[in-house]
Structures are given as structure tokens and as C-alpha cells.
Design a protein around this ligand. Structure first.
Ligand SMILES: [Zn+2]
Length: 148
């Protein structure tokens, strides 16, 4: 299970395993209040050449494992949400993608967004792609995922 926490990704990078994570107050699955540290998992994010160590906790009662993740990222996405949204806006209003990110990745996000809008908001959605992105986030869908 992933838990989004407010954490400065630059500090996580700088401090590595010494970074002070906010320990979850209780198990989100069973309510047990003594979670145990359960090592780290190496994850990759845009803008960082090396992997970052994300802290894991484990519930001694129901054995659920929790991975803490800095908020502002979609699950399994390496670019932060703000960057992805900026790329979409650039494509809509300037007809080009951001120069600092790979064209193919941004094109993947853009085409996935159109497909997800049709799939979840219907093919009669007429409020535009940017509003579609926001609406998908609101209903807890990842707007740019390729797997639906
Ligand atoms: Zn538990």
C-alpha cells in the first residue's frame, strides 16, 4: 500500500536513508498503532540521476507493507504532477511539448489523456483537455496512464 506524505524530495535525495520520514500513526488496514520499519525501496524520479530511498513500514498484526511516497506524484509515474500538467498545457496552447523532457514520453501522456477522457468522462466531453485532466484527478483516476 502506498501512502503519500508531505516530504521534500530534494532532502530525501540529499539525506538518503537518514531522511526523517513521518511514521504513519496507525495501520490503514487494521488500525494497529505500532508499525515497524521495513527497510527501504529504491525508486526513480525525474530530475534525479540516482534512485531515491523510500521508507517502508510493516504492520506486525496484519502484515500489510506501506511504502511512503512524496506527494505530488501519480502512482508509478516518475515526473511530478505539476510537470505533467505543464507539458499538457504547453501542447494545448503552444502546440509543442516542453523542450527539457523527452518528446515520446510527453506524447504518450497527451494521447493517454485523450483516451482516458473518452473512457471515463464520455466521448461527448466538450470542456477541453485541461479541464478533463483536472476532472480525472478529482475522480481519482490517473489522467495520463496508458493502462485502463
Ligand atoms: Zn495492520
Amino acid at each position: 500500500m502506498i501512502i503519500n506524505v508531505k516530504a521534500d524530495i530534494k532532502q530525501i535525495f540529499k539525506q538518503g536513508k537518514k531522511f526523517k520520514w513521518q511514521r504513519p500513526v496507525k495501520c490503514k488496514h487494521c488500525g494497529e498503532s505500532r508499525l515497524w520499519g521495513h527497510g527501504f525501496v529504491l525508486s526513480f524520479f525525474d530530475g534525479f540521476g540516482q534512485g531515491l530511498y523510500l521508507k517502508r513500514y510493516r504492520c506486525p498484526y496484519c502484515h500489510t507493507v506501506f511504502k511512503l511516497k512524496p506527494s505530488g506524484f501519480f502512482y508509478r509515474f516518475q515526473a511530478d504532477i505539476k510537470t505533467i500538467f505543464t507539458s499538457i498545457l504547453s501542447r494545448i496552447y503552444k502546440s509543442r511539448y516542453l523542450p527539457q523532457l523527452s518528446w515520446s514520453r510527453q506524447h504518450f501522456w497527451f494521447t493517454a489523456l485523450k483516451r482516458n477522457i473518452t473512457a471515463y468522462l464520455s466521448n461527448t466531453w466538450n470542456r477541453g483537455l485541461a479541464k478533463g485532466f483536472i476532472e480525472l484527478v478529482r475522480i481519482n483516476k490517473i489522467p495520463v496512464t496508458g493502462s485502463i
